[in-house]
Design a protein around this ligand. Structure first.
Ligand code: FAD
Length: 393
């Protein structure tokens, strides 16, 4: 077997891995970024919506922004429309072209000095003295043992890197949303807003979305919780019903399937010689399924902590814990509130959702954020929302 050596090897060139690799390279480390796919950013498994917070993480480029959303419309099961501003909604602000966005992030890592290898799949970790000390990969030129002081598992929702190292990263069906999405053209919809539809007939324990992609095209998709998915009740069955109802004349240009973890972050994201970032660490908002900006924030923090750990020659779990605590400080509260809110919304009936929709109908909430909406809902429906309010406030 061939042998190779780097300071850090990053498995997965999605937003989490590419940002981590860029920061590490900028700090002067010898970093290898690998991805099993033939092309970075393909296949796309995403609705591609991000909040305007993305501007804090990267300089915007119109090449990978398809559309801008002024806000969101949320439709309750009986069609009541709630109008929201874009402030702080994880998936509302811009709609990306991830095929290009992910390539851009990986190129930034490469420009900073990271070595990038596509068509290279990790299949196990190297262990020694209780530490993760590298990965085994298969690539175009056979198998290679890659030694590294730290391995970064940025290998997405299906992450295996943590498990190979002995961490429990399993997800139960109730902690996953399974999704189906069409890129549709020739449809009529509100081109200035991202739209969300809830209801047990539309997407049980989930929601459907219509995100503008420019012109008469949109990402039309939905996610349902893994524990309600079954024969004839799969995400694609609900999506076909939704599309028949809303866009019977629309044309399907692309189709995709995917899953997102809705468990809330792992209790432990680090081990001796190992850091998990992004979906691999379940750093995604359980109520929205939005994970791009969290993956990027986590990548920034991971890069900084790992660079210091390598320079200090201390790659222990204890040293890497700084990454966990800084992620918690940066976005832990938001993910925690998202988890509690998701659990509440999964429990209530369509009638309750309609009641909530009616209670804010006509209120001028276009300028307020989800927290303000929640406060308004609690004010109007204290009995129904008392338990949730107690948990969140
Ligand atoms: C249907 C759907 C819609 C979504 N919509 C949105 C949205 O609108 N907005 C939003 O913010 N988030 C959305 N998300 C979530 C978002 O896509 C993720 O949170 C985000 O991509 C996480 O980035 P990541 O880098 O952690 O993982 P990923 O982007 O999944 O990247 C992981 C990478 O690791 C590679 N990899 C995996 N295993 C290996 C291996 N063994 N060896 C080498 N490479 C490997 C993969 O090829 C992949 O490129 C959606 C998810 C789904 C499924």
């Amino acid at each position: 077997m061939r042998e190779d050596r780097h300071d850090v090897v990053v498995v997965g060139a999605g937003p989490a891995g590419s940002v981590t690799a860029r920061v590490l390279a900028e700090r002067g480390l010898d970093v290898l970024l690998i991805d099993r796919n033939l092309e970075i950013g393909v296949p796309v498994k995403c609705a591609e919506g991000v909040s305007k917070e993305i501007k804090d993480l990267v300089t915007l480029d119109e090449k990978w922004i398809c559309a801008e959303a002024k806000g969101a419309h949320i439709y309750s099961p009986d069609g009541t429309k709630v109008v929201m501003g874009e402030d702080n909604m994880d998936e509302v602000g811009y709609v990306l072209e991830r095929r290009l966005f992910d390539k851009f992030l990986a190129s930034e890592a490469a420009r900073a000095g990271a070595e990038l290898r596509i068509k290279t799949e990790a299949y196990d970790v190297i262990k020694g003295d209780g530490y993760v000390k590298g990965v085994y990969v298969r690539g175009m030129d056979g198998n290679t043992r890659i030694h590294a002081q730290i391995v970064v598992g940025a290998d997405g929702v299906e992450s295996r890197v943590g498990r190979w190292a002995g961490m429990d990263t399993r997800l139960s069906p109730s902690e996953v949303t399974t999704c189906a999405e069409y890129l549709m053209c020739g449809i009529e919809f509100d081109r200035e807003h991202s739209e969300f539809f809830v209801g047990s007939n539309i997407a049980p324990k989930g929601y459907a979305w219509v995100f503008p992609k420019g012109g008469d095209c949109a990402n039309v998709g939905l996610g349902i919780c893994g524990d309600v998915s079954g024969e004839n009740h799969r995400a694609i069955d609900y999506l076909n019903a939704f599309v028949r109802d809303k866009f019977p004349k629309g044309k399907i240009v692309a189709e995709m399937y995917g899953a997102a973890p809705l468990s809330g972050p792992l209790k432990e994201n680090v081990a001796d010689g190992l850091v998990l970032v992004g979906d691999a660490a379940r750093q995604i908002n359980p109520i929205t399924g939005g994970g791009i900006t969290y993956a990027m924030h986590a990548g920034e923090i991971a890069g900084d902590v790992i660079a210091k750990a390598v320079q200090e020659k201390d790659c222990s779990k204890k040293r890497l814990k700084e990454y966990e605590s800084r992620c918690k400080a940066k976005f832990g509260k938001r993910l925690d509130a998202g988890l509690k809110t998701k659990e509440f919304f999964f429990r209530i009936s369509d009638d309750d959702l309609n009641t909530l929709g009616h209670s804010v109908e006509g209120i001028k909430i276009a300028e307020i954020n989800p927290r303000a909406l929640l406060m308004e809902l609690i004010k109007k429906n204290p009995k129904m929302l008392l338990g949730l309010a107690r948990q969140l406030l």
